[in-house]
Ligand binder design. Structure first.
Ligand code: 5AD
Ligand code: SF4
Length: 445
């Protein structure tokens, strides 16, 4: 613990996926151990942490802009320390380029040495510049007390890294090979969170379905889910992401039989054409994927299925793209996260011929989004007139007179009610459907 007696404040800006968000929470928690309390006000901060993402160029540009803006704050408040961490810094060769571009940053650190962050803060407080990016994963953060106490919803990592090497993706290069945490460590963390008031947990991994394959045990993700489901006091258990190639019948059956396991599968298809799937190194065909969807719906008809899709992967023809639209028509996703392919240096796809022009990517993305928006609305309309369990998260940000929460399928619902209901599971009758939300009414019983 730092011996400074000043009331120090930290702002954490988190970019990117849930894994990156989870890392940002850990860094915030470590800064709390060093005496920093959280604020949202950049002007009054003594430490600003930017946890970065590099999965697409657009994310990187946004973050670089933000780091640039902070220079002005540093000029106003020379005591301010700025820390930049995460995937962007971890990219091979990135550190020097970033340091040159943003000399006002005090701490540069990657994804592998989160456990050192307290020490880095102390060095920066003594006006030393820190730039440490480990090439290999460091010790796991089992000892860190992790996310803020008293949160209603929390993310828990079950594994780090990825072994899949999809040809467009930078993740295996910046987060390393897949390392599963031990079941007992995961369960202990979940238990602690519940004791501090948490009601909903999302288990996170780049591919939760391959959990445990690197550990010396015959214990898989479905077994882990069963154990988490036994923790008393947990109301909702979610998980992501599921790589389709590893989605087992056992997992679907486990979710079906679970008490608090949410029937929601985030199953990225990425592309609908077999040729593109092959070039992406996804290791499944559209036929196999559709068979998995059929299986989910056979066993859990009410399952909500969401996906990620990339348009404009190198070599994608109009016919290939039509195959992606066709998948959207066939699956009926409740939601899809859609992206234009972004060239990531160091990945195999960056060197592929037939890169797609930006205007074609933009047009395909729009077409895809238009189709999916109709599908999302249709999905929500099917929920009207029915009752769903919703965990009340508190007043809605856009309308503080209403409450908000999510269904087991992760659909966002807004409804009138007493703010004291925060943290309880209520039954909501769905009355109105919009593209992104549902409006409902609490019913008794
Ligand atoms: N370009 C566009 N989208 C990408 N994703 C990953 N890498 C890229 C890239 N180079 C998307 C995938 C993944 C999601 C998290 O981000 O759809 O599932
Ligand atoms: Fe990237 Fe593929 Fe791993 Fe997902 S499964 S993180 S898309 S390499």
């Amino acid at each position: 613990m730092s011996n400074s007696f000043k009331d120090k404040k930290v702002v954490t800006l988190a970019y990117g996926c849930q894994m990156s968000e989870r890392d940002a929470e850990t860094l915030t928690e470590i800064s709390a151990q060093e005496g920093y309390s959280q604020t949202n006000d950049l002007e009054s901060a003594d430490l600003i942490i930017i946890n970065t993402c590099c999965v697409r160029e657009s994310a990187e540009n946004k973050i670089l802009g933000k780091i640039g803006e902070l220079k002005r704050l540093k000029e106003k408040n020379p005591r301010l320390k700025i820390a930049v961490s995460g995937c962007m810094v971890q990219q091979p060769g990135a550190l020097e380029r970033l340091q040159h571009r943003a000399p006002h940053v005090d701490i540069w650190t990657g994804t592998h040495n989160l456990s050192e962050f307290g020490c880095f803060i102390r060095q920066a407080e003594e006006d030393q510049k820190v730039a440490e990016v480990w090439k290999e994963p460091g010790p796991a953060l089992e000892a860190t007390p992790l996310a803020e106490k008293g949160k209603l919803k929390a993310n828990v990592n079950i594994s780090y890294g990825c072994n899949n090497f999809c040809t467009y993706c930078i993740v295996p290069y910046v987060r390393g090979r897949e390392r599963s945490r031990k079941p007992e460590d995961i369960l202990r963390e979940a238990q602690k969170l519940v004791e501090s008031g948490c009601k909903e947990i999302t288990l996170l991994g780049q591919n939760v379905n391959s959990y445990g394959q690197d550990l010396d045990m015959t214990y898989d993700f479905a077994d882990l889910l069963k154990k988490v489901d036994e923790i008393p006091g947990l109301l909702l258990i979610r998980f992501l992401t599921s790589h389709p190639k590893d989605l087992s019948d056992k997992l679907i059956e486990t979710v079906a039989a679970g008490k608090h396991l949410c029937p929601h599968f985030h199953l990225p298809i990425q592309a609908g054409s077999n040729e593109i799937l092959k070039r992406m190194n996804r290791k499944y065909t559209r036929e196999y994927y559709l068979e998995r969807i059929k299986k989910i719906r056979e066993i859990i008809p009410e399952s909500s299925i969401t996906t990620d899709i990339i348009v404009g992967f190198p070599g994608e023809t109009e016919e290939d793209f039509e195959q992606t639209l066709d998948i959207i028509d066939k699956v009926h996703y409740s939601q899809a996260f859609t992206f234009m392919y972004s060239k990531r240096s160091g990945t195999p796809a960056a060197k592929m011929k037939d890169q797609i022009p930006l205007d074609v990517k933009k047009r395909r993305l729009q077409q895809l989004m238009d189709l999916q928006n109709d599908q999302s609305l249709e999905w929500r309309k099917k929920m009207l007139g029915k009752n769903y369990d919703v965990l009340v998260e508190g007043p809605s940000k856009s309308n503080p007179d209403r409450l908000t929460g999510r269904t087991a399928g992760n659909e966002l619902v807004v409804f009138p009610g007493d703010p004291a209901l925060k943290g309880s599971l209520v039954k909501v009758h769905m009355m109105e459907a919009h593209s992104w939300t549902l409006l409902g009414e609490i019913i008794k019983g």
